[in-house]
Write a protein that binds this ligand. Sequence first.
Ligand code: NIG
Ligand code: FE
Length: 390
Amino acid sequence: MTKSTLIRNIGTLVTNDPTLGEGPLGVIEGAALVLDGDRVAWAGPGADAPATDEAHDAEGRAVLPGFVDSHSHLVFAGDRTREFAARMSGRPYTAGGIRSTVAATRAASDAELGANLARYLHEALRQGTTTQETKSGYGLTPEQEARALRIAGEHTDEVTYLGAHIVAPEFADDPAGYVAQVTGPMLDACAPHARWVDVFCEQGAFDGDQARAILTAGRAKGLTPRIHANQLSYGPGVQLGVELGAASADHCTHLTDADVDALAQGDTVATLLPGCEFSTRAVYPDARRLLDAGATVALSTDCNPGSSFTSSMPFCIAVAVREMGMTPDEAVWGATAGGARALRREDVGRLSPGAYADLLLLDAPSHVHLAYRPGVPLTAAVWRRGVREV
Ligand code: NIG
Ligand code: FE
């Protein structure tokens, strides 16, 4: 028999289930929530709550689904403090910095990489992230990429093969040879350890034809595509992602009207990564334009040592509201239900019966405080799979 827990006296409950409450966020004021084992059993007005084995008093604070961070690069060693400082004194961000993390990651032991990953996952959990996707991409050989994915898989189910992050230094003069590696022996070594295949489609990384070959090969091995698209410049990434049925096109910073139309009409989620523009001092993606066109917009951290070294979804929400034209409700939806869509998950990103009991109790009366009180640690408690973790 599983244990049931009542969380009562919730000021504002975000369910993300419009059939349970107000608006797209399915908000219930004065709510209660029942957890049974690792799942949500019931959500509704406090007065109607059923009897349970135990109870927790939320004392009028807000509860929302744990954040679903659908894009990060957490299997790495070293950091790039100096590169960041140089950028803040005027140097531009380029894909080239990735090479220094590749060298540090290759030199690190399995134990070191695992300990780093665990540390960043815990850092994210303390800020309310209960589902975390993460990628390889700092190994760039079949052995190193497979090792990164194996280590990632010890900590999360959402593992992405990104052998195509940049062309490996050994293939600097032979990019076609590297694409053959990524779609051949490296894919064979990596596919058993991953759910997704990703490619950095950008000038200085992989062009549209190369990206198509990489995603198509991954798909043939049972991996579902996602794509780093239109981050630093206009390019073919977004439309290629939509054409290939990618779950998500990530970054989406430089978009033509045709790119926006493709996202609005296709099934590919537009995942925006505000930490990246913040940390590279770049122009932010226009979330308002995407939302007004009818695209599905998710928010994610892109946590990595180069372009966005933050694990904080609350930070991303605050920046997206202030700088990208999102309302607080849209940003909170994007960081929870939107992330779940980007990972094609039905069991996270919502707090309605049947979903995993992954939730964040805020030290605030409303989810709007995530944007209203930027930089303030608002986590009062986190439950993951029905277990109180924070
Ligand atoms: O998503 N765009 C490519 N990959 C990362 C950056 C990785 C790095 O700079 O180390 C990103 O921003
Ligand atoms: Fe990324």
